[in-house]
Design a protein around this ligand. Structure first.
Ligand SMILES: Cc1ncc(COP(=O)(O)O)c(C=O)c1O
Length: 392
């Protein structure tokens, strides 16, 4: 009955964990949830007010498929001022979240059988989105000693005659690693030499602790031509539920994305778009404040984790995740399919802390914790992790 495409698509691990957490909470258990990549802050007031104003001023009619002109202009200004790259307004399309921008882009670019290279570990939805849009995800092993960042050589080895796109997430979910300018330049060169487009998911770009983020499209005119930049407000402005993301790309690709979006959903909610406009034009200081708090939490979490024997982790430079190597305890577990799933299951059931198994990101020797939660919960979760590990 269902389409064959869906045979290959698996449900999201993170959503399964949330469901389990809710079940346990309903049974009256007190669970520390370090599994969800959602800011614990609320959307800044001035942004909220723009959304409320939009309702009262009846800015609630159909509008342009590519998104409100005012919002695209604010995005254009942001890309120029913060990322040093200029886009015309008809090169920017606002969608219902970064997820939606990525899906629109995949629909626009992929023919059946086209390959998309994804460095491992990768954000859970990429591979499934690619399968649902008739592409083939090609998962590429990367080196832990390079913070799991793909190198030009690894990329070159993975390219085939079917390769259409490289999907790169910078800063990374789940590692928090950030590519240097030189690393990006060598990746761009391989892509240009092999006619491969770059889908650059830069959703965590503002959450960066050492001011060392470079937007791929800013590196050269040629880089900009082959790059589709994805970004959004969910993480940077604590706007997850409003569902606003955007893409910036060449005119031809942007036009295709806009056409696809026009037929599928017309455009994202105008109220949410006005809220995003408020966030981008009025809430820069509040966003910076949130990043400052994430940094403090990162430092505290990393300090505590460093004291635990027999684990190691990638030191996060951005985003709000820590990817922890738990391979040292593998022989202490009986498991059928996945070690990290069994590890997380036992941790949740016995210590009431929810974290995400590394297998969700393609690497079974790891688990991911978040620090976009209350710092007391983060630290208590890490203390319990230590207790759990010592009990093994
Ligand atoms: C790497 C990455 N890209 C995209 C998204 C989706 O963002 P949005 O809420 O804007 O759809 C997430 C959310 O977790 C993410 O981690």
């Amino acid at each position: 009955m269902l389409s064959k495409k869906l045979d290959q698509v698996t449900p999201s691990y993170t959503i399964e964990i949330s469901t389990k957490v809710n079940e346990l909470k309903n049974e009256g258990m007190d669970i520390i949830n370090l599994s969800i990549g959602e800011p614990d802050f609320f959307t800044p007031k001035q942004a909220q007010n723009k959304g409320i104003e939009a309702i009262y001023n009846n800015r609630t009619k159909y509008d342009a498929a590519a998104g409100l002109k005012e919002l695209r202009k604010a995005i254009q200004d942001k890309l120029r001022e913060e990322n040093n790259v200029h886009y015309d307004l008809d090169e920017i399309v606002v969608s219902s979240g970064a997820k939606h921008s990525i899906t629109n882009t995949l629909i626009a670019l992929l023919d059946p059988g086209d390959e998309v290279i994804i460095p491992k570990p990768f954000w859970v939805s990429y591979s499934e989105m690619i399968k649902m849009t008739s592409g083939i995800p090609v998962l590429v092993e990367t080196d832990k000693n390079n913070d799991f960042k793909i190198t030009a050589e690894e990329l070159e080895n993975a390219i085939s005659t079917k390769t259409k796109l490289l999907l790169i997430n910078n800063p990374s979910n789940p590692t928090g690693a950030i590519y240097t300018k030189d690393e990006l330049k060598s990746i761009i060169k391989v892509c240009l030499d092999n006619n491969v487009y770059i889908l650059a998911d830069e959703i965590y770009e503002k959450i960066c602790y050492a001011d060392n983020f470079t937007s791929i499209a800013s590196l050269s005119k040629e880089a900009k031509e082959i790059t589709i930049t994805i970004n959004g407000l969910s993480k940077s402005a604590a706007m997850t539920g409003w569902r606003i993301g955007y893409s910036a790309s060449s005119k031809k690709i942007a036009k295709a994305i806009s056409t696809i979006q026009g037929h599928l959903v017309s455009h994202p909610s105008t109220i949410s778009q006005w809220t995003a406009y408020g966030a981008l034009t009025l809430c820069g200081d509040e966003m910076k404040k949130m990043v400052g708090i994430y940094k403090e939490r990162r430092d505290k979490a990393v300090r505590l984790l460093s004291k635990i024997d027999n684990i190691s982790f990638i030191n996060p430079q951005g985003a709000f995740y820590i990817f922890i190597d738990i391979s040292a305890f593998k022989n202490k577990f009986n498991y059928r399919d996945s070690y990290s799933v069994e590890f997380c299951k036992r941790f949740l059931e016995n210590y009431n802390v929810a974290i995400v198994p590394g297998i969700a990101f393609g690497i079974d020797d790891y688990v991911r914790i978040v620090y976009c939660a209350d710092i007391n919960d983060v630290l208590e979760g890490i203390r319990r992790l230590e207790e759990f590990i010592q009990s093994l």
